[in-house]
Design a protein around this ligand. Structure first.
Ligand code: FAD
Length: 300
């Protein structure tokens, strides 16, 4: 690992950090130590790092805002890459945007709305980077990232390739990136010119208000914990087994939204997993439904 760190620093490929933990890089703030965190300053430099890194046998994990990630309490023996320090977030010509993986989707939604372009309002309350949102096919209020994505440049074993949206197998919180372990390097979006100026900004303000009322966004959490089973809401099932507010040590089912599991301060990953497993067991027992965890579980 010392050699990898040296390679990054000698070639000025970005920043490196040791002694960080997943608590520093996730919104739920749990998880063990990370051997090395690398923050590339450009995509080209990341690609140079990647070519070098491939010669080793260490695990690699890409982190966005860590808003859908639960890492185990164990130490992570590899490199976590964060694109949040890239020199450029995005370029825009009218409603056409080329965005880089560390760009916050909230920023895109706001900037485009301010410029008179709509279609991205649903992104305004999702604490995601572009890379994480494409990987997860993030969505809200009846729209998903796939609806505004035109194409994406992705890195796989065969190198970097541009894929059109139709080739990315998007479905509810699923994508080809997950199935094939592809890394998002850039993404092109299209936003629509507004017929009524100011409408997108107004809609963003409304959505924000609703979110504040219905989701525990002020708490340490990682978004919805379970996928909604077809035609149902996971929060209703959790409510019906009487688990709203239920707590194991510092891991708790939110009182505000039963599909949000929160860290009440000092929860371990083991606490969160115990709560997840118990909910799954009770829901299975009562309704014969297998809840599927939406969170990305790392280093378990
Ligand atoms: C308060 C709150 C509200 C939320 N509301 C919503 C919502 O309304 N709708 C919704 O869909 N989600 C929601 N989420 C969940 C979360 O924001 C989304 O899943 C989001 O897409 C995760 O983005 P991220 O950048 O934080 O990715 P992370 O959580 O850091 O990572 C998620 C996955 O994406 C991968 N990834 C990240 N960047 C890249 C990249 N460049 N290339 C390849 N893979 C990458 C990671 O390796 C990981 O597997 C919410 C979360 C919170 C905390």
């Amino acid at each position: 690992m010392t050699e990898i760190k040296k390679f990054i620093l000698d070639n000025r490929l970005g920043k490196v950090f040791e002694n960080k933990t997943f608590r520093d890089y996730t919104t739920i703030k749990v998880g063990g130590k990370i051997r090395l965190v690398y923050m590339p300053n450009t995509i080209d430099n990341f690609l140079r790092f990647y070519e070098h890194f491939r010669k080793y046998d260490y695990p690699l994990f890409i982190i966005g805002f860590g808003s859908n990630v639960l890492a185990s309490d164990r130490d992570f023996p590899g490199v976590v890459v964060s694109f949040r320090d890239l020199d450029v977030l995005y370029f825009r010509i009218g409603g056409k945007v080329k965005a880089y993986p560390g760009c916050p989707v909230v920023r895109l939604a706001y900037d485009l709305a301010k410029g008179g372009y709509g279609g991205g309002e649903f992104l305004s309350g999702i604490p995601a980077t572009v890379g994480g949102a494409v990987y997860m096919n993030a969505g809200a209020n009846g729209s998903e990232i796939k609806d505004i994505l035109i194409k994406a440049r992705l890195l796989g074993n065969g190198g970097a390739t541009v894929y059109e949206t139709k080739d990315l197998d998007f479905s509810y919180r699923k994508s080809r990136l997950q199935a094939e372990n592809l890394i998002c390097l850039e993404a092109d979006f299209v936003f629509e010119k507004e017929a009524e100026p100011g409408a997108a900004l107004k809609r963003i303000a409304e959505l924000k208000k609703t979110r504040r009322k219905t989701q525990p966004i002020e708490k340490l959490c990682a978004g919805c914990t379970f996928h909604n089973p077809p035609g149902m809401y996971a929060w209703q099932l959790i409510d019906r087994i009487g688990f709203r507010g239920y707590q194991i040590n510092k891991a708790q089912v939110s009182n505000k939204h039963a599909n949000f599991l929160i860290n009440n301060g000092g929860a371990t990953s083991a606490d969160m997993i115990k709560l997840i497993e118990l909910i799954k067991e009770k829901v299975k027992e009562r309704f014969d439904i297998d809840l599927e965890c939406e969170w990305v579980l790392v280093n378990f």
